[in-house]
Design a protein around this ligand. Structure first.
Ligand code: ZN
Length: 173
């Protein structure tokens, strides 16, 4: 199998403008910067997408994202930043090694883009939100996980037994 370009960066076989490195996480500037300080954060282990990352490795990974976000504001004088990660080919992922983009945004930029601009509203979907919630909350999916034994008790008074298995849920509005 041809080794991925980010694994080669981790091994030092390809140079990169590193801005952070620890045992598990590496961050470097994107070679195609969308703005000054555009950084890519990756786990050193090869995980194709976010789905594959063990949960206990997420805190370290996103802790670095947070820290670099802070540096971007404090040291580069950015006024904000976008975080984005393409997961899967259909989402536009090019390098098949999970990476999280941090794109600083500056006051003097003519236009300010967010996800709202990247993904225009599909009006026809507004009527189907309840259906989507139902679908997302379905149990018995391909990879249903067991709830951890130390799970904190939920605060809801009335709860059906099958709902207790859920580790997360949507807040009622
Ligand atoms: Zn890789």
């Amino acid at each position: 199998m041809q080794e991925c370009i980010f694994c080669k960066i981790v091994k030092g076989e390809i140079p990169a403008n590193k801005v952070y490195e620890d045992k598990n996480v590496l961050a470097f500037l994107d070679i195609n910067p969308r703005s000054k300080g555009h950084t890519v954060v990756i786990p050193k282990k090869h995980y194709a997408t976010l789905i594959e990352v063990p949960k206990d490795e997420l805190e370290g990974l996103f802790g670095v994202v947070q820290e670099i976000g802070r540096k971007i504001i404090e040291n580069l004088d950015a006024k904000g930043f976008n975080i984005g990660s393409n997961n899967g080919q259909m989402a536009g992922q090019v390098v098949p090694h999970l990476h999280i983009h941090i794109i600083p945004r500056y006051e003097d930029e003519k236009e300010h883009y967010g996800f709202e601009a990247a993904f225009p509203v599909k009006e026809e979907l507004k009527n189907n939100l309840a259906d989507v919630v139902k679908k997302l909350l379905e149990t018995g999916g391909a990879k249903e996980e067991e709830a951890p034994e130390h799970e904190e008790p939920k605060k809801e008074v009335e709860q059906k037994p099958e709902e207790k298995k859920e580790k997360w849920h949507f807040l009622e509005d």
